[in-house]
Design a protein. Structure first.
Length: 501
């Protein structure tokens, strides 16, 4: 088969290709093939089980007494209260009707659907709803002549805001203006919807022209018929497939934990371990008087989180006096300053790293004034003439059918998709596969910004000291010190609980 065609077939069939890091039996929350993952394979974690969802589920979050009619253009008079969930087809623009108690004049926001989620194993897309959030402040702003734009996006877990959220209490951030809201949303995730509140009131002809039949799944309905019109706007629900580089898997639905995904783990000066980035797991131990390290497999935690980016425009024609005889009219920008919040400090690029060879068996990464040697020990060196290997060196303890190292296996319970606010149990099993006794084992788990360690939940099957410290993602590093000897063939576990933010 033509290589390019083989890469494009999954796209044509609507089936994202599985990456090499996980076979068909790999489920979210479980170790991938039971073996530690290399950092470069992290992008293949948590593969989708099919194409994007046919609709984007959205849950109306409205003030008390306020109702929403999603089909005013079809003569529908039924209004739904806060908490109702709808399914919107991507690629369409939806005129909505918001009725406010005691007000004859309704609001007519416009909702644009730009994408949907990509389900994983056990994930029901109608149960994972994006927030259709309209607050009292939004209504007051529009009634005063202003204009509100909201960008709803699936958050990139690697840039997660370390703040707890619930499906009915989403994180809403403020941007200077609508262009900034779009830019910030694209930089931190995947846009799924835009909501514009404050447009002119449409007449019956406008509503009929803009409304598409069979485009909205109403509460209680199970399926949709063919839409009466094709999509009216571009829709990019998942990253495009590159025919040369291969498929790109959407990463916003799940986040990984475990392995070594950032700067490479290694032992540096004075026996200290460096390269422990958020989501990494490392074991430090002594063997034959030498300090060594090991990492774990990668597990997937599927819990999509939607963030709302909000921008407001002052009423058109508002005159602002900035000094004696000086006035300016604000029509496109906000009249208040953007709040400085924690997400502006998260996910910044790390200090540039210079990598060089210290000796044939180790690379040295210099970050600022610190340097760390790489994990890998020499697997073999050779002088190659043509295709003939004329000399090779192998360490004696590598000539075996066993791993000959200490291994870590990480699991998460429950393994399937979890809601925000859920409590999960993280278990790390260690096994001494070396032929000698291991001393002074230390296991550290640096948590994702989407996880919050529950104090007092840590436990081990042997005497241990547990400490925690903050990491760069706004979460915690949970550290287990297991003093003493671990004979060959010994296994054990450490365990703790965390809340999904």
């Amino acid at each position: 088969m033509n290589p390019t065609l083989s890469l494009l077939l999954p796209l044509l069939m609507g089936q994202p290709a599985l990456g090499p890091g996980c076979g068909p039996g790999c489920a979210p929350g479980m170790p991938m093939n039971g073996m530690p993952m290399m950092p470069m394979m992290r992008q293949q974690a948590c593969p989708p089980v099919g194409p994007p969802a046919p609709v984007l589920a959205m849950k109306a979050l409205l003030p008390d007494g306020v109702t929403i009619n999603p089909l005013p253009g079809l003569g529908n008079s039924k209004a739904y209260s806060s908490g109702s969930t709808f399914g919107f087809r991507p690629g369409y623009s939806y005129p909505l009707q918001i009725q406010i108690p005691g007000k004859e004049l309704a609001l007519y926001p416009v909702l644009e659907i730009r994408g949907s989620i990509v389900p994983r194993t056990g994930m029901k897309f109608m149960e994972i709803a994006a927030p259709l959030l309209i607050t009292k402040a939004d209504i007051a702003k529009v009634q005063a002549g202003g204009y509100v734009v909201k960008v709803i996006y699936l958050e990139d877990p690697t840039k997660a805001i370390p703040t707890a959220a619930k499906p009915d209490e989403p994180i809403e951030l403020t941007s200077d203006h609508s262009e900034a809201a779009l830019d910030e949303a694209m930089a931190n995730g995947r846009i799924v919807a835009l909501l514009r509140i404050g447009d002119r009131i449409p007449d019956a002809d406008d509503l009929a022209r803009l409304t598409v039949q069979n485009a909205i799944l109403l509460p209680g309905e199970q399926k949709l018929g063919p839409p009466s019109a094709p999509p009216m706007m571009p829709c990019f629900p998942v990253p495009l497939y590159d025919p040369l580089l291969g498929p790109k898997i959407s990463k916003e639905e799940c986040f990984v934990n475990g392995g070594d995904g950032g700067d490479r783990l290694g032992v540096g000066p004075y026996g200290r371990v460096g390269g422990l980035d958020p989501t990494d797991v490392v074991a430090e131990y002594s063997l034959n008087g030498m300090k060594k390290t090991a990492t774990s497999n990668v597990v997937c935690i599927c819990s999509p989180r939607f963030i709302v980016r909000k921008a407001e425009k002052a009423p058109i024609g508002l005159i602002v006096h900035t000094g004696p005889g000086i006035a300016r009219q604000t029509t496109g920008r906000n009249v208040f300053l953007q709040r400085t919040i924690v997400e502006n400090l998260i996910a910044r690029d790390k200090t540039l790293t210079l990598v060089g060879k210290d000796r044939p068996s180790a690379a040295v990464a210099i970050i600022g004034l610190a340097s760390f040697g790489s994990l890998s020990k020499p697997q073999g060196f050779a002088t190659i003439t043509g295709v003939l290997i004329t000399a090779t060196v192998v360490e004696p303890d590598e000539i075996t059918n066993f791993p000959n190292e200490l291994t870590l296996t990480k699991t998460v319970d429950p393994p399937g998709p979890v809601e925000q606010g859920s409590i999960i149990t993280i278990t790390i099993r260690y096994s001494n596969y070396t032929p000698k006794t291991v001393n002074d084992l230390v296991i550290s788990d640096s948590l994702s910004g989407r996880l919050e360690y529950i104090p007092g939940s840590a436990a081990a099957d042997r005497p241990s000291n547990v400490t925690t410290s903050a990491n760069d993602a706004g979460s915690a590093i949970v550290r287990f010190d297991l003093p003493g000897n671990i004979p060959p063939g010994t296994t054990g576990i450490v365990q703790f609980k965390a809340k999904v933010r």
